[in-house]
Ligand binder design. Structure first.
Ligand code: GLC
Length: 451
């Protein structure tokens, strides 16, 4: 072969290699850099989770396909009937904003596999239902217009994709290894991994700046799925390369990998204290529902009261965390009246008291919370917030704080709270003189100006 011909052959290959983007890396950041990247999120403290998909039609839990072990054929009717004619994400965005929420995360795809956007890689999407629309596009625009940061939830689990192998959390789960083997014959997780990457690329390329991605979830072990099944590292590298600032949850099964997650996600429970990993406090967000399920559930009556929900928010901040509070819109595309009532009540409180939430965190250890109160603290303004969960009669003692306090007021109306030394208090205790009547605020807040 002539040298020229050889060159002709090799050159394109060389060019191809050179033009490939360098393999993306997981971020190697200092703690300070990571804190800076996440600052808007830790300052925000309060976000909206939205679980919406075909499961809104059966209206009895987003795991209905799994719980009732439905086949694709049995579940198909929901796809054929999906027609959220009242969908108006501008209304959702307004409700979130008025509730005091600063960011939002919507299930672009949940475990059922149904996609709310016009994905090139599947037919199982909103545009092919009577709905006929790319719901993600309108969502992104509406929430952005209200000034909220926009995020996506993307289910790793997929109960519809033909190459997704049947596992212990699947509607078609089995009893024996032989049965699994039989059912999974011909399924190719390689193709599914490719599918996820393609979809994540779409979501993080076609909709402008995306601030959060919530992958859900891993369950490694026998008949389970974990990092190898998802190719978690490369999936995450892809996400980070497309949206460098993106904030990522910890459900890719990469807890021990540097840069493998940004925040931890205690689900449906109150943490006892600020969660730690290797002795270090880590960013965290508790995700919670109004009632039990994430998707719209018509007959569920275990709704938390506005007071309980506010306490959840305050308590999260008092331990250095965020609250992601979920709504499950109906199949018409509206937000249930019970959710609306609660969002309204929270918004009413937030309107006057958000100074004790935004940019706040756990109070320094030198301050002890009096009984039935929760403390939050703004490190920049150095103000301490005392949340009165049960309204005290006449006075409240802040122990060992007499030398630290300059001024105290109610947060909701900036009215002065006078203080002195109580009758039974020790020398450095401070006794606040509260009005006998509880002010008309679900949870009144005292704003303490420190010296
Ligand atoms: C769980 C559930 C899921 C829900 C999620 C929210 O992992 O599988 O239905 O979306 O929690 O955190």
């Amino acid at each position: 072969m002539k040298i020229k011909n050889l060159f002709k052959l090799v050159l394109p290959v060389l060019l191809l290699i050179v033009s490939q983007p360098a393999p993306a890396q997981l971020p190697r950041e200092t703690e300070a850099q990571k804190a800076q990247r996440m600052k808007w999120w830790t300052d925000a403290r309060f976000g909206m989770f939205i679980h919406w998909g075909l499961y809104a039609l059966p209206a009895r839990h987003e795991w209905v396909k799994n719980r009732e072990r439905m086949t694709d054929e049995q579940y198909q009717k929901y796809f054929e009937l999906f027609d959220p004619d009242l969908y108006n994400p501008k209304e959702w965005a307004r409700m979130a904003k008025e509730a005091g929420m600063k960011y939002v995360v919507l299930t672009a795809k949940h475990h059922e596999g149904f996609c709310l956007w016009d994905s090139k890689y599947t037919d199982y999407k909103s545009t092919n239902t009577p709905c006929g629309k790319d719901l993600i596009k309108e969502y992104v625009e509406a929430f952005r217009a209200e000034g909220l940061k926009v995020g996506f939830y993307y289910s790793l689990i997929d109960w519809h994709h033909p190459d997704y192998t049947i596992d212990s959390r699947h509607p078609q789960r089995q009893e024996s290894d032989e049965e699994y083997e039989k059912l999974n014959k011909g399924k190719d997780m390689n193709r599914y991994r490719e599918y996820m990457k393609n979809q994540v690329r779409e979501l993080l390329t076609n909709y402008g700046e995306i601030s959060i991605i919530w992958f859900d979830f891993s369950f490694p072990g026998k008949n389970g799925k974990g990092r190898q099944d998802w190719d978690s590292e490369n999936l995450l590298k892809l996400a980070r390369s497309l949206q460098p600032g993106i904030i990522v949850d910890d459900r890719l099964d990469l807890r021990d990998v540097e840069g493998g997650w940004d925040f931890t996600t205690p689900e449906q429970y109150k943490v006892a204290k600020w969660p730690e990993v290797n002795g270090k406090k880590v960013p965290w967000e508790t995700c919670q529902t109004f009632s039990g399920s994430w998707g719209y559930y018509r007959d569920e009556y275990t709704w938390k009261s506005p007071e309980q929900l506010l306490e959840l928010l305050i308590e999260s901040v008092s331990k250095g965390g965020n609250l992601l509070l979920n709504v499950g819109p109906t199949a018409r595309g509206t937000i249930d009246y019970r959710a609306q009532e609660r969002l309204k009540a929270m918004g009413e409180w937030m309107k006057f008291n958000n100074r004790s939430i935004y940019m706040c965190t756990q109070a320094p250890e030198e301050f002890t919370a009096p009984p039935n109160t929760l403390l939050t603290f703004n490190p920049e303004t150095r103000r301490l917030y005392v949340h009165l969960l049960s309204y005290p009669m006449g006075s409240l003692t802040l122990s060992n704080m007499a030398d630290k306090v300059k001024y105290v007021q109610f947060l909701h109306d900036a009215s002065e709270i006078r203080f002195g030394t109580g009758r039974e208090a020790s020398a450095n205790d401070l006794t606040l003189q509260l009005p006998v009547q509880k002010p008309p605020v679900i949870i009144p807040v005292l704003e303490v100006f420190l010296k």
